[in-house]
Design a binder for this molecule. Structure first.
Ligand code: CP
Length: 345
């Protein structure tokens, strides 16, 4: 695998889930693959889970790891071509990227959307410069429009926690679940219902997490519903065949999984609103009443989460909340991705 950005990069999801299960049973099985290989992780933005889980996954595979926080200790980087560089930015990405590529075998990039210029963000300008100029395989650690390591971890988590018709099947975890047709059936033997719900927030956040979650749920065989206030429509290339339901209660009814996330206005129906907060309706916050509309759904969020804006204390602390195992699976999703990239070197 030369790059990891979209769900298609992973190929067959059943096979990918099998590899995740194999690695979960023995995280060090492929330690030989990373010997004398170096991962460079480049952060333009803050991180807790991605930083730690990616580093851990690389160490599990025997890799060396270099971490660069672009905004803390490195020269400030200019990203636009044609700019007269007489500001505080001392180096251009077009020199910095090939230099970084000299010191490593694989590059991970975190570079969020600026939320000012939709065209620039959705062109994945920074990520594509790394792909073009580094000379090394590149994977997204949340870029302007996607967060595939998170979405893969979410898929692994849904597979692990999906209700099974016979309780004893649940004991075997992901392996047994997979032997009964992954992502095909819910608690009553029907299709799993997975709901992505917008929730309020005090700051404008990117659309990368909901975009990738939508992309991955569309690729999985689940009944996938997206619910949000009018005006918050995600880009159609990510919505795909999902059902969009503007009535949050109707969307939640019968759900097996509730995936909460805030995102700023994607500017699909109103380009001038791109990246803005155009709804502050607190009735969208997920509380116990919301969860009572569901089929005893599990609660998911990628974290970090602001309590009592997105979700109440009661819901995130409930036994149906699986946010911690979801975060733990970030190590597993990244291990599969790095293993495949090492195999392709
Ligand atoms: N979910 C996630 O990517 O977390 P971080 O921003 O802390 O890396």
């Amino acid at each position: 695998m030369k790059s990891f950005i979209n769900v298609e990069d992973l190929g067959d999801l059943k096979q990918a889930l099998a590899e995740a299960q194999e690695i979960k049973q023995d995280r060090y099985k492929y330690q030989h693959l990373g010997k004398n290989k170096t991962l460079m992780m480049i952060f333009f933005n803050n991180s807790l889970r991605t930083r730690l889980s990616t580093q851990k996954a690389a160490m599990n595979l025997g890799m060396n790891v270099i971490v660069l926080d672009v905004n803390a200790g490195a020269w400030k980087l200019e990203t636009e071509r044609g700019v007269i560089m007489n500001s505080d930015k001392s180096e251009h990405l077009l020199e910095a990227i090939p230099v970084m590529g000299c010191y490593c075998d694989i590059i991970g990039v975190r570079s969020f959307a600026g939320l000012k210029d939709r065209e620039y963000d959705y062109a994945e300008t920074v990520l594509n410069q790394f792909i073009k100029y580094s000379g090394k395989p590149v994977f997204a650690m949340e870029t302007a429009t996607v967060h595939p390591l998170q979405a893969f971890a979410d898929l692994i988590t849904i597979e692990e926690y999906r209700p099974t018709p016979v309780p004893s099947q649940r004991e075997g975890g992901i392996c047994d679940a997979m032997n009964h047709s992954p992502l095909l059936s819910g608690g009553a033997g029907g299709r799993l219902k997975v709901v992505l719900t917008w929730a309020p927030h005090c700051r404008a956040l990117p659309q990368a997490v909901p975009n990738s979650f939508a992309q991955w749920m569309n690729a999985a065989d689940v009944d996938f519903v997206i619910t949000h206030p009018k005006g918050y429509e995600l880009d159609p290339m990510f919505v795909g065949n999902a059902r969009v339901e503007y009535d949050q209660k109707k969307a939640f009814e019968g759900a097996d999984f509730i995936y909460a996330k805030n995102w700023s206005n994607p500017g699909v129906t109103s380009p001038a609103d791109y990246g803005k907060i155009t709804c502050e309706d607190m009735s969208w916050m997920v509380d116990t009443e919301h969860m009572s509309w569901t089929n005893n759904a599990k609660f998911m969020h990628c974290l970090p989460v602001r309590r009592n804006l997105i979700v109440t204390d009661d819901v995130i602390e409930s036994e149906n909340s699986i946010v911690i195992p979801e975060a733990a699976n970030r190590e597993i999703s990244c291990s599969v991705v790095l293993k495949r990239m090492l195999e392709a070197l």
